[in-house]
Design a binder for this molecule. Sequence first.
Ligand code: AKG
Ligand code: FE2
Length: 272
Amino acid sequence: MNKYVSFYNKNGYCVVPNFLPNYNHILSNVYRTLSGFFFKKKTDANLDKILKNISRKSENIEIFKNFYLGLFQRQAEIYSYMFNDELLKIISKLNIKVPYIASDPLLMVSGGVGGKLLKDITNSPIHQDWHSMQSSTNALVCWVPLTCYGKDNYSTIGIWKGSHKNGLAKTKNGNRFATIKETSISKKFKYVEIKGNPGDLIIFSSLLIHRTVNFECANTRITCQFRYGDLSDPILLKNKAHFNYNHCVPLTKSDAGHLKEKPRAVLKKNKL
Ligand SMILES: O=C(O)CCC(=O)C(=O)O
Ligand SMILES: [Fe+2]
């Protein structure tokens, strides 16, 4: 473990290979969730095939975007992984003393057919997660790809090694992220694109500068993300216990008038 801690402190990230050997379990649930929702049948077909089938009907594209942002990313099973003992042990070694959940855990689809459907919803520009988390200084992101990343035609993230040490960078407001100009990043920080296998755990500081790296015609990558902050950091009190997370934007324009189908009253009938 110590080698991960010293690598993390120096570089702002570390990779724990093969952290989640049963990643396939989540992955096949994801397939079943998607095909169950759109086709009312559960299949184990591969992700790109399912997504291609979904995109065949043009009306599905909007539904898929809504589904992805509002419901799909919040499947109950993913929440249970936030309390994984091993994960909590590792983040405590990385100096998170009193962990709290700085954002809902997320499933993220990137590249391939999924990336084409979601466009800029899923393509992150150069950023630090701290801007959207506004949590403790030591807050961190655990990233668990359920597919390969950075190889075999799967997208990945590019990071600037050690850039967490410079604190919060200057940004301009983007659509979904506070964005950093590449030219403003010090040349001291070496840029690397990480690659590896499904089930690896990549932990990075919320201050590490990074971005999505997308490959044209790639396969669809899918990643679980867990973000933790530390209640023991005095910065939280200074920020008046502010809680912010605006990454996975919920559906805000709720206009009941657009609903075609309303829940039927079953209460009277069944005398519940
Ligand atoms: O998985 C990715 O492509 C990067 C996502 C990311 O950086 C974020 O959601 O903050
Ligand atoms: Fe990020």
